[in-house]
Design a protein around this ligand. Structure first.
Ligand code: PBG
Ligand code: ZN
Length: 327
């Protein structure tokens, strides 16, 4: 008995009140960004096969959805567009009448208190599904960057509140920043997909956004899954170029990277819990193999604990419902 420990960590696990007092990581609705997929047409709400409870929506449905999100307390959305027509240059990405530009205007006409972020890339808009202009099979960097800057400006002209370039071209943050400042959008923040891996976890998204590359892969611009120091270099250069928020993507398999980016750069840090992460939890939940709600929360707490200030997640709406119910 004498050498029994005086330290007993279980003392502070005694009951829920004590446990809540010492809770270090808290997930709130303020942390959430909800990805939404917009399609042409009217009254369309297509569930994505590989992503239960995630829908492609036409603009009219999208606006209703956004109203509901505001009521639930989801503070921000990020929009992905599936255009009417795709071409080699991804023209609809930077057309003032493009799907995203129309969607932003429709949301902004009716809804005040929702932060509208837009994903800036070309892969949803190009006929070949690649993130930039091609010369043969090569993705051209600088020519793509000019188009991305045009796309970002056109999103801001439509009323976007924040711009999120996801293409991973070199120098795009600087070019977008310069273009936005020149066009009078100096106050629009850039959330850069700074550390984005060439990941198998994006599979279901490519169904949702109809953006699978027609040939090849994204390894000439997205990062190799084995690297971490390179991720810090990516994040550093985006900060130098003027990024306001640094994103790590995917989240769950890259918690170490979130942690290192946060520690090293001390920047507002976002993490994207991507489609594959979502679908795996949903699938196991549907099979009855895990308690879906519990694992949903646990997966998001892990991402916050690793250092993320905000999380892009397809669970955002369900989390808001959960938090509203469990308050
Ligand atoms: C576009 C983009 C992708 C995702 C976000 N923006 C796809 C990709 O890079 O292939 C993935 C999101 C997800 O899987 O949920 N570049
Ligand atoms: Zn892309």
């Amino acid at each position: 008995m004498a050498n029994y420990p005086t330290k007993r960590l279980r003392r502070l696990r005694y009951n829920p009140i004590v446990r809540n007092l010492i809770q270090e990581t808290v997930l709130t609705k303020n942390d959430l960004i909800y990805p939404l997929f917009v399609v042409p047409g009217e009254n369309i709400m297509n569930e994505i096969k590989s992503m239960p409870n995630v829908f492609q929506m036409s603009i009219d449905v999208l606006v209703k959805e956004c109203k509901e999100l505001v009521e639930l307390g989801v503070p921000a959305v990020i929009l992905f567009g599936i255009p009417e027509n795709k071409d080699e240059q991804g023209s609809e990405a930077y057309s003032s009448n493009g799907i995203i530009q129309r969607a932003i205007r429709a949301i902004k006409a009716e809804i005040k208190d929702l932060l509208v972020i837009t994903d800036v890339c070309l892969c949803e808009y190009t006929s070949h599904g690649h993130c930039g202009l091609l010369k043969g099979e090569e993705i051209l960097n600088d020519e793509t960057v000019s188009l991305l800057a045009k796309e970002a400006v056109s999103h801001c002209e439509a009323g976007a509140d924040m711009i999120a370039p996801s293409d991973m071209m070199d120098g795009r943050v600087a070019s977008i920043r310069k273009a936005l400042d020149y066009k009078g959008f100096a106050n629009i923040p850039i959330m850069s997909y700074a550390v984005k891996y060439a990941s198998g976890y994006y599979g279901p998204f490519r169904d949702a956004a109809d953006s699978a590359p027609a040939f090849g892969d994204r390894k000439s611009h997205q990062m190799d899954i084995t690297n971490s120091e390179e991720g810090l270099r990516e994040a550093e250069s985006d900060v130098e170029e003027g990024a306001d928020i640094i994103m790590v993507k995917p989240a769950g398999a890259y918690l170490d990277i979130i942690w290192r980016v946060k520690e090293k750069l001390q920047m507002p840090t976002a993490a994207y819990q991507v489609s594959g992460e979502y679908s795996m939890i949903k699938a196991a939940g549907k099979m009855g193999w895990i308690d879906e709600e519990r694992v949903m929360i646990e997966s998001l707490i892990a991402i916050k604990r690793a250092g993320a200030d905000m999380i892009l997640t397809y669970f955002a709406k369900e989390v808001a419902l959960y938090l509203n119910k469990n308050k």
